[in-house]
Each structure stands twice: as structure tokens, then as C-alpha cells.
Design a protein around this ligand. Sequence first.
Ligand code: GRG
Length: 308
Amino acid sequence: MVQTDIQPASPNLTNFDLKSYLEVKKEFVEQSIDKSLPIQEPEKIYEAMRYSLLAGGKRLRPILCLATVELLGENENIAVPTACALEMIHTMSLIHDDLPAMDNDDYRRGRLTNHKVYGEDIAILAGDGLLAYSFEYVAQETVNVSADKIVKVLAILGKAVGANGLVGGQVMDLDCEGKSDVTAQTLSSIHRRKTGALLEACVSSGAVLSGAKDSDLQRLSTYAQNIGLAFQIVDDILDVTATSEQLGKTAGKDISAQKATYPKIWGIETSRVKAQELIDNAIAQLNIYGEKALPLQAIAQYIINRTN
Ligand code: GRG
């Protein structure tokens, strides 16, 4: 667990209406990403990119970015292109993760995976297209933000995707398949890259666009590192406790693919306790911001209560 100075908890957190907050934000994100990627020639690749990008999902990453900007008192419009780009990157990673050469999954977000519909060749290219476009979109569409901040955001995104982020985490994950001696420490270092890096980028890019001070950036990064690890612990728990219908993808895949998981190392109950400790710490990081932190704090609590 990563900790900095902790302030007392806000009593208003339990009263915060997260359901309505997420509904409004999700709708806004859906409209923004729909507009971000109109179909052009060659239609086939744009259709494949849109098939996965607009397939639903919780939209947690763009919402985290927008909520960070709001916490810091800025207008969320400065971060809409970045929020869309984060979802494009996340979708790209799901498309590639599902490929036969990786996790070989048939379902994602309740529908057939990209390669099942368009074939492996187009699915690989759809992921590549989304990744490239995410950077183009931030650079072209971000307004009312200075160029140096936009460059910083592009660097944050590149770092989150690269060999020390998603790519590195995926390589380590593949390396550990079938091994029975993977430690909790190794598992955490996989998931800091594979899951945590992009979640942290959501918050830190929002902070950079908002012109956050170093101390705010540090606090928000610590929040994100904690929710990132908790998110993956919950993901591993859901893989054994939820149904394929609830998850929108094949449940029980971690066991059949002989993946190292937190429930395998700690058991389900201890995994839940550790996830809650991480979430408590994430929430505590933001108490200093008072009411303005309620959305991000409630999202942290949602991460542990989620069922998909
Ligand atoms: C090709 C540059 C490049 C990178 C890809 C395949 C890969 C490298 C990385 C895999 C990353 C991955 C799929 C991590 C899992 C993260 C995770 C827990 C996804 C599920 O996120 P949710 O629950 O999904 O937020 P929704 O559908 O709600 O958005």
C-alpha cells in the first residue's frame, strides 16, 4: 500500500449519489467517444474500431479523468479529448488481449470479440488504429490548454501503454501463465503495469491538464495506484465468483488459463480484505479536498462493490 499524510474521512461519502453521477458521466462519455470517431474510408477498419469502442463498458477511465479535473476546480471540457483517448487505449488493449495469441477470448462486454467478428488481421489493425488515433486526438482536439501541458499528457499516455506499462504487464502476465510459484509481489508488479498504469494515467493526465501542483499530483497518483491494485484484486475475485453473463466475458478464465491470481495466493476472503485496505487508503488520500473529492472517493468504493 502506498501512503502519504492522511486526514479524517468525510461523513458525506455514504450520502453521495454515485449512481446518478456515473449515469450522467457515462452518457456524456458515450456521446463524446461516438463523435470522436466518425466512419470514413476505408470503412471496414473504422467499423471494427467503432465496434469495440462503442460496445459499452463502465467507462471508468474517462470518468476518472473528468472527475479529477472537476476536483481541481477546472472545466471538464479541457479533458474531453484525453478522456476519449483513454477509452480508445483501454479498448485497444482489450481487443489485443482477447486475440488467440494472447488470452483467446470469444466474448467481451457482452458481445463477440473483435477478432471473432472481423478476423484476427482486422482486429490487430483496429487496435493499432485506436492506439495511434488516441494520440492524434489529444494533440488535435485539446483546446484552452497550453502546448506544454498537452505534451506532458502525451508522454503520460505513452508511458502507460509502453514496455513499463500495459505492454510490460502483459509480457510478465504471459510469462507467469502455468507457473504455480508466482508470489504476491510479482503479481502486484504485473498488475501495477497491466491495470494500474492506465488508471494512474487517467488521474495524472486530468491533473496535468488542470495545472495541478506537485503535491496534488502526488496525492492523486497515490490514490490511483491504490485503486489500480484494488481494481485488479476485485477483477480476480469476480473471475471466480461472477457469471459470464454478469461479466460480459467468459468467467473462470483465469483458472482454465492457469493464471496467477490474488484469490489463488491469498484466498477470496483475504483478497477482499486487502482490496478494502487499498480502497480505504485511496479514499483517505483525498479527504484533504473535502466535498470536492466525493466523486473520486465514491468511485474508489464502487471499485470494490462492483459486480462486473
Ligand atoms: C498493443 C500497445 C499494445 C498494448 C496491449 C494486450 C495488452 C498490451 C495489455 C493487456 C491489458 C489488459 C487487457 C489489462 C486488463 C485490464 C482490465 C482489468 C480490464 C477490464 O477493465 P474494465 O472492467 O472493463 O474497466 P470495461 O469493459 O468496463 O471497460
